[in-house]
Design a protein around this ligand. Structure first.
Ligand SMILES: [Zn+2]
Length: 217
């Protein structure tokens, strides 16, 4: 999520009750009307044999309950156990870490080469539980290969995505019909990395995210 998202989300949060009802309706309308396209996805996802095993490193342990909630929320929406926790980093395709030193333009970042979600502690500590969870749900959405819909090229649709979708940055903890279908579509339209490709990036300890994992950023 970027800086504008942070501002947008503050506005959304003020009218949460009403916005929530509205979001559900427009989410249904979006789900029926919008055709998914290749600008919505990157080229690969983080699954390995149909699962994404995730590891929560020491820095992120304080948000473990929120991370578990977000993973469970996706699993429940998708109707299968896609996200699976592991206590061994070497068995994981995704590591969740927390940094207090990343750019405050971002509340969180997801990296699909070596499998890292970095949460910005400057934002996480200010967010209430619901927003922390919403942020993690959004970042987990990137692991399917889905891009940020708040950057979608068609501006009229972009506006709707911002209001009504997880990947548009609506900071919702409810995964609607559109979000769920887009997740499945993304998984079907991006490729799975083989072990060699994945570990090629994971062992490059000078990469931005890998340095972050090693406490150097
Ligand atoms: Zn994002």
């Amino acid at each position: 999520m970027g800086a504008k998202q942070v501002l947008v989300s503050v506005l959304v949060a003020i009218g949460l009750g009403i916005t929530g009802m509205f979001a559900t309706q427009s989410d249904r309308a979006l789900g029926a009307a919008v055709k998914f396209d290749n600008t919505m996805v990157a080229n690969k996802n983080l699954t390995d044999r149909g699962k994404i095993s995730y590891f929560v490193n020491d820095s992120a342990k304080k948000y473990q309950a929120d991370i578990r909630f977000a993973a469970h929320t996706w699993n429940h929406a998708l109707g299968r156990r896609l996200f699976k926790p592991t206590s061994l980093i070497n068995k994981s395709r995704l590591t969740v870490t927390v940094s207090g030193q990343m750019s405050n333009q971002f509340a969180g970042m997801a990296e699909i080469n070596s499998g890292v979600i970095a949460l910005n502690d400057n934002w996480m500590t200010r967010y209430d539980r619901s927003k922390r969870r919403a942020l993690i749900i959004h970042e987990l959405g990137h692991t399917f290969g889905t891009k940020d819909l708040y950057q979608y090229p068609n501006l009229a649709l972009q506006r709707q995505f911002r209001q009504a979708t997880i990947m548009g940055g609506n900071y919702s903890t409810t995964i609607g019909e559109f979000d769920r279908r887009l997740a499945d579509w993304s998984l079907a339209h991006t490729r799975v990395m083989g072990s060699a490709e994945f570990y090629h990036y994971r062992v490059m300890d000078n990469l931005y995210f890998q340095r972050m994992l090693r406490g150097k950023l």
